[in-house]
Design a protein around this ligand. Structure first.
Ligand code: B12
Ligand code: SF4
Ligand code: SF4
Length: 466
């Protein structure tokens, strides 16, 4: 079999297509090819287009589509798979790579060591390390906003708040198979040409937001979120890296230069110039842990999302009082953003909470009493399963300390005998915050038997305070 590269000319398409049609035993088969040479064919006059683009050989219909048709079909396929946004961009390293390296050098990634690994940095610097010959990144967005949380629920300190993105099924599980399906479809657009693809949702060593911004999906906010002007920022990102060259004149206007004007006269850029944050700084001022040292830079080590999800060990004592009742992620710098007035309810049923308020803001007493088996069952489908019981109960202890109600004391006292030192230690902190006879007696008892140094330090902290 000839080894065709991905840059098929119209002649290549005709040659391979004619051969494939001749080989087809069944009539009424449809074979379609994509040729970048036909980049603007949608805008050719109808007669010329029908001559070039479609012919029937041996009962088999052969269609050769150009760049514009491919983009149109890509959009349709992506939409049919439930994605709300799609864009393509040339696979070059992010122009903000330096900002990223500075962020790593300043150690703002905290314990997320994978972000600083030399092999992962190499991938961000050269996307060919991920996929040799990569030409294009197809970026998709999937909205996840489901329902507004009534203030009475959101601000109820007896409940632990879960970030909106984690109310339903894990987005990695929802998006990955669909992106793989989209990648499989893409490969059919140039059969026999060996198109390679690589699918990522969140976990890839690429700067997803920067590439998506370059693909026209939105702009970077001061809160570092990718914001779509008419949709806000409550959406996930996913990508297909591919060796197929797809160029979109909408994000690469230079591509249309030199074309006959009448061919492009009906083209109008659908991507209007992106807005920006302007003088707004609501997110920066609203962040309870002061995690933005400057606009567009987030010190992950102070972010509640990092503290509740990524941080494996002890939550720094000085930050605990500012975490409020968040037990998994945080939405504050998005909720205050004026662009999120445009956020729509997602059509994705998988993201809707099963138990309405209890999935979005479960009672803290329920979380404090979770055992391993209950945790595994309750969060089997949810992204929360990733942090395991220890981190979730640790977070619930901090939220209970901030709640400050004696109602939580019996559940916290129970946790003083938990096998996990991190849970015992955070329960100690919560009981110190709440105070009262029952809490103090239990802490006295623990002091006599505790053998773990870190837990003893938590206990000592209270004595120092006294
Ligand atoms: C590590 C990580 C985190 C870390 C660090 C966050 C961060 N801001 O970097 C933590 C755990 C804190 C986190 C939290 C959240 N995350 Co997160 N996270 C990631 C991950 C895996 C890598 C991000 C990264 O590389 N950060 C490195 C830093 C340096 O990048 P950056 O902050 O984006 O900064 C860039 C720009 O600000 C720009 N820049 C710098 N200066 C300037 C100046 C100007 C003027 C401009 C325009 C740009 C600019 O350059 C920087 C480098 O590219 C991505 C997935 C991925 N592979 O990309 C998801 C991802 C960014 N996270 C996501 C989500 C949903 C969240 C949360 C909302 C979850 C939650 N509710 O708790 C929060 C939001 C917090 C926030 N405000 O960012 C989504 C974001 C979708 C979107 N619409 O933007 C992503 C893309 C995952 C996904 N596939 O959907 N996350
Ligand atoms: S997610 Fe919450 S803690 Fe993190 S930067 Fe935004 S407001 Fe601050
Ligand atoms: S709150 Fe204001 S400053 Fe922050 S991202 Fe939104 S528009 Fe930009």
């Amino acid at each position: 079999m000839a080894n065709y590269n991905t840059q098929l000319t119209i002649d290549d398409c005709l040659k391979i297509g004619t051969q494939s049609c001749a080989e087809e035993s069944q009539s009424n088969t449809e074979i379609s090819f994509f040729s970048p040479s036909l980049r603007n064919s949608l805008y050719l006059c109808e007669t010329l287009r029908s001559k070039i683009l479609s012919l029937t050989i041996n009962g088999c219909r052969l269609t050769i589509c150009g760049m514009a048709e491919l983009l149109q079909q890509l959009e349709q396929q992506a939409q049919a798979l439930g994605f709300n946004m799609v864009g393509v961009v040339t696979a070059v390293p992010s122009p903000n790579l330096n900002a990223y390296l500075q962020w790593i050098n300043a150690e703002m990634h905290g314990q997320m060591g994978y972000l600083a690994r030399p092999d992962r940095l190499a991938r961000r610097q050269d996307l060919n390390v991920i996929l040799p010959g990569v030409q294009t990144i197809i970026c998709v967005g999937l909205e996840y906003s489901t329902m507004p949380l009534p203030p009475a629920i959101a601000n109820d300190p007896s409940r632990g708040r879960i970030s909106n993105y984690a109310w339903g099924v894990d987005y990695h599980d929802v998006m990955t198979p669909r992106l793989e399906e989209l990648a499989a479809w893409l490969k059919t657009q140039q059969p026999k040409s060996g198109v390679a693809t690589k699918v990522y949702v969140d976990t890839g060593a690429i700067l997803e937001r920067d590439h998506a911004a370059a693909a026209g999906l939105g702009f970077t906010g001061k809160n570092t979120m990718l914001i779509a002007p008419k949709r806000g920022s409550f959406f996930f990102l996913g990508e297909i890296l591919t060796t197929l060259e797809i160029r979109d004149w909408r994000t690469r206007p230079e591509l249309v230069e030199g074309l006959e004007t009448e061919l492009i006269s009906n083209l109008q850029s659908p991507i209007s110039p992106m807005p920006s944050c302007g003088t707004c700084r609501r997110c920066l001022d609203a962040c309870p842990t002061n995690a933005f040292p400057q606009p567009y830079v987030l010190d992950a080590r102070r972010c509640i999302s990092y503290l509740t999800i990524e941080l494996k060990g002890w939550i720094p004592r000085e930050l605990r009082p500012f975490m409020g009742n968040w037990v998994y992620g945080c939405d504050i710098c998005q909720v205050v953003c004026p662009f999120n007035r445009f956020a729509r309810k997602t059509d994705e049923v998988a993201f809707y909470p099963e138990d309405k308020w209890d999935s979005a803001a479960p009672p803290l007493l329920d979380l404090l009493s979770l055992n391993e088996a209950e945790f595994a069952e309750r969060f089997a489908q949810s992204p929360i399963k990733r942090i395991k019981r220890t981190r979730l109960v640790r977070n619930a202890c901090v939220a209970a300390g901030n709640w400050g109600s004696e109602t939580a004391v019996p559940a916290l006292v129970n946790l003083l005998s938990d096998p996990e030192p991190i849970i015992r230690g955070h329960a100690v902190w919560a009981l110190q915050q709440i105070g009262g006879d029952e809490a103090e007696l239990a802490l006295e008892d623990l002091r006599k038997v505790e053998g773990d140094t870190a837990v003893l330090q938590e206990l000592a902290f209270m004595q120092e305070k006294e």
